[in-house]
Every structure is written in structure tokens, then in C-alpha cells.
Ligand binder design. Structure first.
Ligand code: ISL
Length: 577
């Protein structure tokens, strides 16, 4: 057994503007199959970097920090919605899909950003929001004004019961409260109701209307023509509803992604994506998609994928799996098998802007998430997180993720080991979930807090020095030890671990053969890919590592006497050379 000290991995080269880094994006930019093995970094633009000092992240801030992404070695970015929006749901309420929100920049700024990313060897995915528009979108304001063609693009229905006073069905909004809001007719009397699976300011479109389909094909082309490499599809499982809009056995739209609901995962949705694939394939190089589709199983998810459908879809079971080897292995096996059946790569993700950050998820008891219809933030209310433990596990989890075959998505800030900020004062909370549940659900603001870049106090370099406005969500003072500046030269930091891991992945794992499970002690997951090995210990005891293995990277220090400690992962070169 070798538990030799970690091999020194070359430090990432200093980013050179316009010059792709070696090993990462540089090699991949010419490859049309790049999306099968890419590492994609999710930029939550509102919280990434603020260029103009208004406390809100923007395109100028993102451009100024591309060096961070180069040094990390990512292949692509996915930028959360940057379109014109009243920001009722942080940009997922779009009022104009063909321009940027002024808070983020102009369309010209967006075009320059796309070009700047490409020059840096980084591809660009945008986020398309096709399930709903903003209520301030021109289509919806025309609908409310009575234009029949505009009304037919949304789901207006008469109410039930005397006077139509009850909503048309029993669906409950994802953010809490009824999924229907009643309109007022021009003469001031109560009118029809409109459907919104999310906030009242996000009316659902009627995807049975050909005008809606044509409009979104045109929006895709608008951005593809500007060089965008692909799209993440918001709520991809929700566009097509059961046409009768019947009552649901379980009215909540939010919790029961694993059970049938007439709003989710209807067969008719696949025709939409077949049409979108034709649009994407008409470009050279072809553009790509990743679906956000919360469906009952990996097998249902695979129905979204294939040569005539979408390229990839997030494997959320992996994100939701507890820190437990049995679940990890089962989820990985099932996700890989179902994606492989349709010729798609698995798409691994540990975090996004909707989910409790992994440091905090892994810092508490590990319930059986997959069997639970609840979100973890409800279940955990009141349990103090052990953040040191959560950090240790999160560092191990990313080595597991990046060693797996397929695509990996990183969410901004995970490379700094940020935790969920759970003590944001009620008056500062922005997520509509908080208001729509009267505060019983704290919502998603805690994973959206602006990034700490440098310095000893907020805004930690997020905004320029002397900015008039504070960051739009408050940053914890403790983040002084988690800034990019404080971590970049620290060999033990989480940022250094991510940089080393991405470099080794680009150099070795992406070319490695398929995964073979290795028999390993209970509480561990172990697999080989050719001469590379990955071992993860989520059990309570140290385990011995294979003999004649050379350590390439470890998530925490190894113990020469006992091997792989609990809550640690290691990458090995097998064969002892
Ligand atoms: O985050 C959730 C619950 O609090 C999820 O149910 C989430 O709403 C669902 O995954 C869909 O998310 C996407 O669409 C929403 C938007 O608020 C999310 O940020 C986005 O990722 C509506 O557009």
C-alpha cells in the first residue's frame, strides 16, 4: 500500500488574457463532442462579480474575472438568465428574451462577453426559460388587455364553483400558494384565472399553441447567431401539461417530483425538444442542450435524451444522494446505465442556485433524500451544521464527481468551499419562496450570496472599492478566510484542490476507459478506469488502499498507517509506477 504524500501537482499557470489554458478548455474548443466530457461552471451572474458598484453582479464583473475561470480550468460556463426582467424570481421571469437586463449590461456587452469567453477558451451556455414569461412580457400585458391571440398563448381558464370563485384546479405553486391567479376584466369585475406553476408574476405559456413554439425556436436562433454554444433548459419537464388541466392526486407541484402530476413530464414535451434539436443541429458547430428536468427516475430522464432529442440532462439524484456509499453507488450505476442506453453522457452535479450548498448538506444528518418528498432545508430546520465535517465531505464528493465518466457541472463558490448562509435577516431575503410560504420555507437565498474575492470585510472585492451599494444579499464576515485571494496560494485550500482536480481530470480522467467497480469495504465506493482509481470513504473507519498504488490527489491528508480516513476521497495511479 502506498500512502505517500500527495504528489506535487504543477500550479495552474497564470491566466493570460486571450490565451486558452493548457489541458482544459484549450484542447476542447475545437472538438464538436466537447459536451460529452466538459466541466461546466455555473455563473449565477447576480452574485458573481459586480462591475459597476450597484451591489448586483453583471457582465462587466464577469468579464473582469474570467482569469479565475481560466485558472480553474473549466471548459464552459452556464450563465443564469441575464435577460430583461422585473427580477421577481431573480431573472427567471423574463420580459424580453432578446436583450439583457440593464442591471447586467447591454446586448452589446453580452455579445462582447461571449467573444471574450471564446477567446479565453471557454464556451458559453445560456439559460432559456420557456415554461413561463414575466407578467410584464409584452405578450402577457396584451393578454390582460384582452387581445385574444395573446390570451391564447397562456393558460387562462374560468374558475370553478359559484361565480367562478374557485381556481380551475387544485394545483399548488412550486413556491407555495395556489398555482392560479384571478384576473380582473376591463370593467372591473373578476375574470378568468391564469396558471403559474411558480410565482404569480410568472404566467405559464401554452405550448400547444404553435406561435409559442415558433417564438422560442426564433429565440434560440437569435442567441445561436450570436455565438452561444448551447442552452440549459429551465423546467424542461413542465412545458406541456395534461391538456385537460385536471386536479392532481398530490396538488403540490413542488415536493413530489417522483410521483405523476398532470403538470410534469408529459409525453407531449418531447416533440418540443425534437424540434429544438433540429435548430441546434443546423449550426456549425452544432449547439447543445442540458435539461433541468425533475422526473421520477433516471429511466424517465433518459426519455429526454438521444440523437434526436436533448444532449444531456442533470442527474439530480446524484445531487440529492446522502453522503452514504450505498446510495452513491446505486445512483451512479443507474444514472450511467440509463444515459448510456440512449448514447448520452451522464451529467453530474452537486450544487446549483436552487439547492442548499453541499458543505451544509453534508454537515448534518444524512437522511434518505431519495425516498423523501421533502427538500432538505425543510427537514433540517434547527439542526446545527458541523461545517468542518461538511467541508471535508464536500471536498471528497468533488473528487468522486470529477472522476466519473461524463459531464460535470460546478456551481460558483463551491470551489471556495462556501457554505449555505442560513441567517440572512427576513427583511433582506429576496426569494419569492420566502414570501409565498410566509417564511416557513427560508428559500434559496442562502446559496446565492455574492462571492468573496478578496479583502478582510464585505463586500470582499465583489463590488469595486468605494461602491455606494452593499451586495444585494449580505455576506458573512467569516468569509474573509474563504476569499479567492486568501485561498489561491494555500496548498491546503479548497480552491487549490479544485484547480488540481480539474487539471488532472483534463489530463487523465477524460481519456480514461469506462468505469469498473472494485470490491471495497462497506462504507466505501471504489472504481477503476484503466490505470486510474478513485476511492471514497463515507464510512466511520479508515480503510486500506490498494497495494502498489500511487496517490495522485487526496481530498484530505492520508494516514500512512491506516490508509484512507473517513470522509476522504483519493485518486490513484494503479500499478505502482
Ligand atoms: O428550487 C425549487 C424549490 O424551491 C425547485 O422546485 C425549483 O423551483 C425547480 O427546480 C425549478 O427551478 C427552475 O425554475 C424556477 C426558478 O425559480 C429556479 O431558479 C430554476 O432553477 C422557475 O423558473
Amino acid at each position: 500500500m502506498s500512502t505517500a504524500a500527495l504528489d506535487p501537482t504543477p500550479a495552474p499557470s497564470d491566466p493570460v488574457p486571450g490565451v486558452p489554458p493548457p489541458g482544459g478548455a484549450g484542447g476542447a474548443i475545437a472538438d464538436v463532442e466537447w459536451w460529452r466530457t466538459a466541466v461546466v461552471y455555473q455563473v449565477y451572474i447576480r452574485s458573481f462579480a459586480d462591475g459597476d458598484g450597484d451591489g448586483i453582479g453583471d457582465v462587466a464583473g464577469l468579464r473582469s474575472r474570467l482569469g479565475h475561470l481560466q485558472a480553474l480550468g473549466v471548459d464552459a460556463v452556464w450563465i443564469n438568465p441575464w435577460y430583461a426582467s422585473p427580477q421577481a424570481d431573480a431573472g427567471y421571469d423574463v420580459s424580453d428574451y432578446r436583450t439583457l437586463d440593464p442591471a447586467y449590461g447591454s446586448l452589446a456587452d453580452g455579445e462582447a462577453l461571449i467573444a471574450g469567453c471564446h477567446a479565453a477558451g471557454i464556451r458559453v451556455l445560456l439559460d432559456i426559460v420557456p415554461n413561463h414569461t414575466s407578467d410584464e412580457h409584452a405578450w402577457f400585458t396584451a393578454a390582460l388587455a384582452g387581445d385574444p391571440a395573446a390570451r391564447a398563448r397562456y393558460l387562462f381558464r374560468p374558475g370553478r364553483g359559484p361565480g367562478g370563485d374557485a381556481p380551475p384546479n387544485n394545483w399548488q405553486s412550486t413556491f407555495g400558494g395556489p398555482a392560479w391567479t384571478r384576473t380582473t376584466t376591463p370593467d372591473g369585475t373578476p375574470g378568468d384565472w391564469y396558471l403559474h406553476l411558480f410565482a404569480p408574476k410568472q404566467p405559464d405559456l401554452d405550448w400547444d399553441n404553435p406561435e409559442v413554439r415558433e417564438e422560442f425556436a426564433d429565440i434560440l436562433r437569435f442567441w445561436f447567431d450570436r455565438g452561444v454554444d448551447g442552452f440549459r433548459i429551465d423546467v424542461a419537464h413542465g412545458l406541456v401539461k395534461d391538456a385537460a388541466l385536471p386536479d392532481a392526486a398530490h396538488p403540490e407541484l413542488r415536493f413530489r417530483h417522483s410521483e405523476p402530476h398532470p403538470a410534469w413530464d408529459q409525453d407531449g414535451v418531447h416533440a418540443v425538444y425534437r424540434a429544438w434539436r433540429t435548430v441546434a443541429d443546423s449550426y456549425d458547430p452544432p449547439r447543445v442542450f442540458v435539461a433541468e428536468a425533475w422526473v421520477a427516475s433516471p429511466e424517465r430522464l433518459a426519455r429526454y435524451l438521444g440523437a434526436d432529442r436533448l444532449h444531456t440532462a442533470f442527474q439530480f439524484d446524484f445531487l440529492r444522494a446522502p453522503w452514504d456509499a450505498r446510495w452513491q453507488r446505486e445512483v451512479i450505476d443507474r444514472s450511467m446505465a440509463s444515459a448510456a442506453q440512449v448514447g448520452s453522457p451522464s451529467t453530474w452535479v452537486l450544487a446549483n442556485h436552487d439547492m442548499t450548498r453541499q458543505v451544509t448538506r453534508y454537515a448534518r444528518c444524512q437522511p434518505d433524500f431519495l425516498a423523501e418528498p421533502q427538500w432538505e432545508r425543510d427537514r433540517w430546520a434547527g439542526e446545527t451544521p458541523d461545517l468542518a465535517l461538511g467541508t471535508r465531505r464536500a471536498r471528497a464528493a468533488v473528487l468522486l464527481t470529477l472522476a466519473l465518466p461524463g459531464v460535470a457541472y460546478l456551481y460558483q463558490g463551491e470551489e471556495l468551499g462556501l457554505e449555505e448562509v442560513e441567517d440572512i435577516p427576513a427583511g433582506r431575503r429576496q426569494d419569492p419562496t420566502f414570501a409565498q410560504t410566509a417564511g416557513t420555507d427560508l428559500g434559496r437565498d442562502g446559496c446565492r450570496v455574492p462571492l468573496p474575492w478578496s479583502g478582510q470585510a464585505p463586500p470582499f472585492g465583489f463590488s469595486p472599492p468605494g461602491s455606494a451599494e452593499a451586495p444585494w444579499l449580505p455576506q458573512p464576515p467569516s468569509w474573509r478566510s474563504l476569499t479567492v485571494q486568501s485561498q489561491q496560494d494555500d496548498p491546503a485550500s479548497t480552491l487549490t484542490l479544485y484547480r488540481q482536480a480539474l487539471r488532472l481530470r483534463a489530463e487523465q480522467w477524460v481519456r480514461a476507459p469506462d468505469l469498473q467497480w472494485v470490491d471495497s469495504p462497506a462504507g466505501t465506493v471504489a472504481f477503476n478506469r484503466g490505470s486510474l482509481g478513485c476511492w471514497v470513504n463515507s464510512g466511520g473507519d479508515p480503510v486500506a488502499l490498494p497495494r502498489r498504488a500511487r496517490v495522485l490527489l487526496a481530498s484530505s491528508p492520508l494516514d500512512p498507517a491506516t490508509g484512507l480516513p473517513p470522509d476522504t476521497a483519493v485518486w490513484l495511479h494503479l500499478g505502482g509506477d
